[in-house]
Design a protein. Structure first.
Length: 243
C-alpha cells in the first residue's frame, strides 16, 4: 500500500488519482494479491493481458476496460517494470459513447488551413489539453518566450488548482512571434475581447464551430472545446504517457 501511495502522490489531478485507485483495486480483485508483488516481473505484460481479458469476459464496456487497465500499467511503469502487451488486443481502443464529436488530428489540421492568425494560435492551444475556462484567461506574457523550441511553460489551472506543464513547439513559437506583435500589450490576456478583456468560453467555442464549418468537417455530436482535451488525453493514454 505504501508504494501505491508514493505513486499516487506524484499525480496532481484528483480525478486521475481516483481513477487510478479504482483501477488498482479492480486489478487486485482479479490478481488475488497486491499489485506491488508484480514489480520487476517479466510476466507483467502477460498478466495485464489476462486482466484485460477478464474484464471483457465480465462484460465491462471497452472505455471502462481501457481506464481500469491503464491504472496497473502506469503503476508498474512508474516502478520501472516493463509492461509488454500485444497492441492488437486493443487495450487502449476508445469507443465513442458520448454526444461529443470524436476529434482527430487530421481535422485540426484541416481547420488550421482556413484559420486566420488568432485562430491558428487558438488551435495550437486547443491541442494542449487545457480546459476552456483556463484558456480564456491565459496571459500573453506566459507565451512571450525567447528560447529554443520546444519551450516548457507553466499554466495555473483553476478547477484542479495545480500548475500544468506543457510545451510550445517550434511551429507554435513562430506563430506567436507574429501574433504577439499585433495584440494590445496593455491587455494582459492572450485572447482579447473588444472590451479590453478576454474572450469568454462561449465565444471560444463559437470560434471553433465556425472553423469546423469553414473547413468542411462533418461533425458527429457536439463540437466544443472539450473535444480537444479529450483528443489530448486519449493520445496520451494510447502512448502510455502519464497525465
Amino acid at each position: 500500500m505504501k508504494l501505491i501511495e508514493d505513486w499516487l502522490d506524484t499525480i496532481p489531478s484528483k480525478h486521475t488519482r481516483k481513477t487510478y485507485i479504482a483501477g488498482v483495486k479492480k486489478f487486485e480483485e482479479f490478481y488475488g494479491k497486491g499489485i506491488e508483488t508484480l514489480i520487476g516481473s517479466q510476466d507483467a505484460g502477460k498478466t495485464i493481458e489476462k486482466f484485460y481479458a477478464w474484464l471483457k469476459n465480465e462484460g465491462t464496456p471497452q472505455n471502462t476496460c481501457r481506464n481500469l487497465v491503464n491504472s496497473p500499467i502506469q503503476f508498474l511503469k512508474y516502478f520501472k517494470t516493463e509492461v509488454n502487451y500485444r497492441k492488437n488486443l486493443g487495450i487502449y481502443k476508445t469507443v465513442l459513447t458520448t454526444r461529443d464529436h470524436m476529434l482527430n488530428i487530421a481535422e485540426v489540421q484541416e481547420m488550421a488551413k482556413v484559420a486566420d492568425l488568432r485562430e491558428q494560435i487558438l488551435l495550437e492551444v486547443f491541442i494542449l489539453g487545457l480546459r476552456v475556462g483556463d484558456v480564456s484567461k491565459l496571459k500573453w506574457r506566459t507565451f512571450d518566450v525567447n528560447a529554443e523550441a520546444p519551450v516548457k511553460i507553466m499554466i495555473h489551472t483553476e478547477k484542479e488548482a495545480v500548475v500544468a506543464e506543457t510545451y510550445v513547439s517550434e511551429e507554435f513559437q513562430g506563430l506567436l512571434e507574429k501574433y504577439l506583435q499585433r495584440i494590445d500589450k496593455d491587455n494582459e490576456f492572450l485572447f482579447q475581447s473588444n472590451r479590453r478583456g478576454f474572450l469568454s468560453p462561449k465565444r471560444i467555442n463559437q470560434i471553433l464551430k465556425d472553423l469546423a464549418d469553414r473547413a468542411g468537417i462533418k461533425t458527429h455530436g457536439l463540437f466544443r472545446w472539450h473535444i480537444g482535451r479529450k483528443l489530448f488525453l486519449r493520445t496520451c493514454a494510447e502512448l502510455g504517457i502519464n497525465t
